[in-house]
Ligand binder design. Structure first.
Ligand code: NAD
Ligand code: UFG
Length: 349
């Protein structure tokens, strides 16, 4: 069985991807330092798939510990590198933590790959690399704009590091996946997004408001140059996103990676405004959400959504789930999680 090393595999997107990888027949080794996730997620993955992924609690900032993961698992065929700090606002306040964590981790993973002759890596990038795009929908050829946060800058730098690393190591194959806005949860409701503290992102804030943990949602700006004045994003179902990683891994291992370094936008191709997300949530949950409009959030772009043609045609992957069904999965996850309190207690039922 082919073994895939998944860094950040107990995190939000990572855990959904481990499920899809295992269901596609891959053997998975998860590495995570649990700085933004819970080890019980491994139980949840086992509950969904019937298979327990191997788990190693390792901090990828630790070079020796990272290299040891590769020597302990000589069967690793490819890496999916999710592990990173990811809060845009926080990165402005603690930039060095972001540079150190996100860049050192990638360097150590690449060193491990070189040491162990692992040739394939899928990297978690972001549409933040496009900044405020001049042309919509945004294609992979859109210019990279100056990052508006240290977090965004780490994604740009990491993409450059991998490109440079390939020059003396042309046998290394990279697929960089630029995610738009992942939302929702696995349909089992056993795994989902579990932000620590007050959520920064729209959908967890909506579900936490609906369940009564937050008083009301603040809509950041209704004076954008969009049809209803609120900002527009491309919200993609996290399981659809996870499936794209399986396709990317199969493409790398099957040697269909044409240039050795490929970049794909992962979105739905459709933009939705904040008000549309709220209205859709209210419709599918038959509830009314408390919200008020406040000023714009610093660093937000007005609108961004993906041109998905390259991913659809070249990768052979397409986002399938609608905003309606995806918001319902987020709501179901929020309800189950709050009802059962901890992920661990849920698997026991
Ligand atoms: P997440 O925080 O849920 O998962 C990241 C995981 O990495 C966490 O479990 C965390 O504990 C782990 N981690 C962080 N630093 C580590 C280190 N030094 N060593 C070992 N483990 C470490 O985040 P996510 O939403 O699942 O994001 C996964 C990746 O996708 C990240 O690289 C993120 O930047 C990228 N991304 C996310 C979004 C989004 O909206 N969620 C959008 C674009 C890109
Ligand atoms: N928003 C609100 N109120 C909130 C939270 C968000 O109105 O309480 C609005 C934002 O202003 C924005 C939209 O909802 O217009 C989406 O905001 P998110 O914070 O959910 O997502 P972002 O587009 O700001 O950023 C997310 C991730 C980044 C990632 C980026 C692109 O947080 O890490 O998507 O993939 F890089």
């Amino acid at each position: 069985m082919k073994t895939i090393l998944v860094t950040g595999g107990t995190g939000y997107i990572g855990s959904h991807t481990v499920v899809e990888l295992q269901e596609a027949g891959f053997n998975v080794v998860v590495v995570d330092n649990l700085s933004n996730s819970h080890v019980e997620v491994i139980d949840q993955i086992e509950a969904i798939t019937g298979t327990r992924p191997e788990f190693e609690k390792v901090d990828l900032r630790d070079r020796e510990a990272t290299l040891e993961v590769f020597t302990r698992h000589p069967d690793i065929r490819a890496v999916i590198h999710f592990a990173a700090l990811k809060a845009v606002g926080e990165s402005v306040n603690i930039p060095l933590d972001y540079y150190k964590n996100n860049i050192d981790s990638l360097i150590h993973v690449l060193e491990g790959m070189k040491l162990s002759q692992v040739h394939h890596i899928v990297f978690s990038s972001s549409c933040t690399v496009y900044g405020e795009p001049d042309v919509l929908p945004v294609t992979e050829h859109a210019p990279i704009k100056k990052a508006n946060s240290p977090y965004g800058n780490t994604k740009q730098i990491c993409e450059e590091i991998m490109a440079d690393f390939r020059i003396p190591n042309p046998d290394i194959n990279v697929i960089s996946l630029r995610y738009f806005n992942p939302i929702g949860a696995h349909e089992s409701a056993l795994i989902g997004e579990l932000p620590i503290g007050i959520p920064n992102n729209l959908v967890p804030f909506i579900t936490q408001t609906a369940i009564g943990i937050r008083d009301e949602l603040k809509v950041f700006g209704d004076d954008y140059n969009t049809p209803d004045g609120s900002a527009i994003r491309d919200y993609i179902n996290v399981v659809d996103l996870a499936r794209a990683h399986v396709v990317a891994i199969e493409r790398l291992i099957g040697k269909k990676n044409k240039s050795g370094y490929e970049i794909f936008n992962l979105g739905t191709g459709k933009g939705n405004s904040v008000f549309e997300v709220i209205k859709t949530f209210e419709k599918v949950t038959k509830s009314s959400l408390k919200y008020k409009v406040v000023g714009r959030r610093e660093g937000d772009v007005e609108q961004v959504f993906a041109d998905t043609a390259f991913a659809n045609e070249e990768l052979g992957w397409k986002a399938e789930k609608s905003l309606e069904e995806t918001l319902l999965t987020a709501w179901k996850w929020e309800q189950y999680y709050r009802a059962e309190n901890t992920p661990k207690s849920r698997t026991k039922k």
